[in-house]
Design a protein around this ligand. Structure first.
Ligand code: ADP
Ligand code: MG
Length: 723
């Protein structure tokens, strides 16, 4: 019999979830920010002058004055010790996409044999973890294995609770000895600065004399699956690769649509309440929750925050979810496609730019002047997305996201913009000369005033578009659920910096030449929509026609990661990132190499798992079944009953297919693909993936033939519908 799977089902039935940690007299918001060294805490604990200096860094992008570091470190240490912290950690974001931490004790031995809690300013602002175990794409030789971490003052420190002792966590950048980025945070901060600078030039032209620092805002919507931990542990593929490499479609799928916005199972609700409370403590503004399209799939969308903080919080959110899910006897799956044939998971990146004074610059105003400004920022997005569609595509490229993009559940690999009927109509009119009316309002104004009044909520939605205007922001829907939001934000910031720079220069030049500003704006908008309007598409992104039409419009269609990665090292891309000081050429090459390495590694692990599970679990179960059938036929014949041999043929054919496919996969794995990262990635994508698919086809066919009590792996039915 098959102990593992059947035992898992029994264990699931017997499982009693833990009580949630809310107490009756606690409102959910009571704990908000409790474990964060935020402005309120700083104001209380720091000398006034020090506080002011830190705030200048946080809000106006000034460099942190090293003179104040000791004072901040000392206050932070006292606060953290009072919160039960015994250690501090520089938290950084290496290119594996995971979060890394280097822990050190606060306690240092002193001469009399006792210990003293020490935490100096220089330890706060800089650390030196050994960098040799993190991917660097050739940026670093092993003899200079050191990396440096440096505090991102704009992202607050926090205390992470753990039964074994709490830790003060300090979000940091991670760079090589020569200052090159080894992480995801460094380029984000650099790109934010570049975009802000050029956005401010445009605000000045629109009469804001000394605008507040402009930053990017990001609100990430995170989709995920929950499965019972007993099933998770009985599936080596889920455990080790994050997705099921085997599994026939369940008789009942998602076609009933009964899960979407349906009632949340009680156990999941307990998990959500607990995660929410933990996130609140860490100052993460978790907001909405509901079921997603697929069974067992859910979503969380924290309120938007400044790009770099949203990115740090997003990483922390994923870690928190995994920990709390375990506590509730479940596993949280962030993989983009844990189950074949069932909807995958994305991480929509809602993006806008703005500042505390003006809010989002992508909100239409109430008057023509503000609307002109709004349209200029929209035009910047249109230009940026059209010119650098390939870079946006590569910012979401991974072996795992390849299973989801373009699969009629997520946007296609073609990057286009959805503006909504109304805004599209305005730009149409601008392209033809001047916009004199907006579709619904029909108001005609004079001067700048030739630009229409726009209603604040254009309202309509298009779920098939990768980059959609949604009233006060653009929503980038291609990012995968497992990836960091840093890469998309870095790319959007940088391509926006280029577009805003272009626009600012053109308008400044016109104004200096004595041209009328309104006319200059009008001309600029017309030029941009004429040159870049091809990227605007309001139709159905899932349709086959769009593939054809996009091609005739000259839009790139980079279907897979292998197709997309070379975008990183085109002359145009390298020149762009270098110009805005986000990446130099070496850094770009390193990201390209790491992209290939990660792709090959991911598929390599999956291929080895497929071989192992196929050979040691699926094939033996099938052979046992085959033996039973054969024995049965033999027994029937022995007593003179005429036996039908068809059932034996039915199981023998897929067994033969499975054996052959396993042999091919084994040979493919043994094949030396070549010495370059490109050769290995190409081998993984073009040889290993198809070989794995053949193994799966045979194994999935056997799943519906082999006796249930022999089948080793928890089925889709079990994993998706038992919670
Ligand atoms: P949807 O309609 O797409 O389900 P939600 O309300 O669930 O929208 O989530 C939208 C996300 O967009 C939230 O994280 C929200 O904070 C974020 N968001 C809202 N306004 C902005 C903005 N101006 N800039 C960036 N993100 C924003
Ligand atoms: Mg959304």
């Amino acid at each position: 019999g098959n102990a593992v799977r059947l035992q898992a089902i029994k264990d699931v039935e017997a499982y009693v979830p833990p009580a949630v940690s809310y107490t009756d007299d606690e409102a959910p918001g009571d704990v908000f920010g409790e474990n964060v060294f935020n402005k309120v805490v700083m104001q209380k604990r720091l000398p006034k002058s020090v506080y002011k200096s830190v705030i200048a860094t946080i809000e106006h992008g000034k460099k942190l004055d090293p003179m104040v570091a000791d004072a901040v470190a000392s206050a932070m240490k006292d606060w953290a010790l009072a919160k039960g912290a015994t250690h501090y950690a520089h938290v950084f974001y290496p290119l594996t996409g995971l979060t890394a931490e280097k822990h050190d004790s606060f306690l240092e031995p002193v001469a009399d044999g006792s210990t003293l809690a020490e935490f100096a300013g220089k330890t706060l602002i800089q650390g030196e973890p050994d960098a040799s175990s993190f991917p660097n794409g050739g940026l670093r030789n092993t003899f200079e294995a050191r990396g440096y971490t440096g505090w991102d003052v704009t992202s607050p420190a926090y205390v992470l609770e753990n039964p074994n002792g709490n830790t003060l966590c300090i979000p940091t950048v991670f760079v090589s000895m020569t200052g090159e980025a080894l992480d995801h945070k460094t380029p984000l901060l650099r790109s934010q600065q570049a975009m802000g600078e050029h956005a401010e030039r445009i605000l000045k032209l629109f009469g804001h004399e000394s605008p507040e620092h402009v930053v990017s805002f990001c609100g990430p919507e995170q989709e995920y699956f929950l499965v019972d931990r007993h099933f998770f542990l009985a599936r080596p593929d889920l455990l080790n690769s994050g997705r099921t490499l085997f599994g026939a479609k369940p008789p009942k799928g998602q076609e009933f649509d009964d899960h979407y916005f349906g009632a949340i199972p009680e156990r999941v609700l307990g998990f959500m309440m607990d995660t929410e409370r933990e996130l609140f403590k860490l100052g993460i503004p978790a907001k909405t929750r509901h079921n997603e399209v697929a069974p067992g799939q859910f979503e969380i969308a924290p309120m938007f925050e400044r790009g770099n903080i949203a990115a740090d919080h997003q990483q922390l959110l994923m870690t928190t979810f995994k920990t709390i899910a375990k506590k509730h006897g479940m596993a949280c799956l962030f993989h983009e496609k844990p189950f074949d044939g069932v909807n995958g998971s994305g991480k929509h990146v809602n993006f806008s730019l703005g500042n505390s004074e003006l809010g989002s610059l992508l909100v239409p105003g109430d008057n023509p002047h503000d609307n002109a400004q709004f349209l200029v920022f929209c035009a910047a997005v249109i230009r940026a997305v059209h010119k650098y569609a390939g870079l946006l595509r590569v910012s979401v490229a991974s072996a795992t996201n390849d299973h989801r993009l373009g699969a009629n559940e997520a946007p296609p690999a073609i990057i286009s913009i959805f503006l909504g009927d109304q805004l599209a109509d305005v730009f149409d009119q601008i392209a033809k000369g001047a916009a004199t009316s907006s579709k619904d309002k029909g108001t005609m104004m004079i001067g700048v005033d030739t630009l229409p009044i726009l209603p604040t909520d254009p309202g309509d939605r298009n779920r098939t578009s990768p980059f959609a205007f949604t009233g006060n922001r653009f929503e980038f829907r291609a990012p995968g659920s497992m990836q960091t939001v840093n890469e998309p934000i870095v790319t959007i910031n940088t391509i926006m910096a280029e577009a805003l720079d272009h626009i600012a220069t053109q308008l400044e030049t016109a104004v200096e030449a004595g041209e009328d500003f309104d006319t200059a704006v009008q001309n600029l908008l017309t030029e941009i929509i004429t040159d870049h309007g091809a990227v605007v598409f309001n139709g159905d992104g899932y349709s086959d026609n769009w593939q054809i039409e996009a091609e005739s419009r000259g839009l790139p269609n980079l279907r897979t990661t292998l197709d997309a990665l070379p975008e990183l090292i085109t002359d145009e891309s390298m020149e762009l990132f270098e110009r805005y000081k986000v990446f130099n050429h070496r850094e770009m090459h390193s990201r390209y190499e790491i992209g290939l390495e990660q792709y090959a590694l991911t598929i390599g692990v999956e291929a080895r798992l497929t071989l192992e599970i196929g050979s040691t679990q699926v094939l033996p179960a099938a052979v046992r079944h085959q033996t039973e059938v054969a024995t049965n036929i033999g027994a029937l014949k022995a007593v003179g009953v005429e036996a039908d041999t068809a059932p034996l043929d039915e199981v023998s054919a897929p067994i033969a297919a499975l054996r052959a496919a396993l042999a091919t996969l084994k040979a493919a794995l043994a094949d030396h693909a070549g010495d370059s990262a490109l050769a290995e990635a190409t081998h993984a994508g073009t040889v290993l993936l198809p070989a794995m698919a053949d193994v799966r086809t045979a194994a999935d066919a056997l799943e519906s033939i082999v006796a249930d009590d022999l089948w080793p792996l928890p089925t889709y039915q079990e994993m998706l519908f038992i919670l």
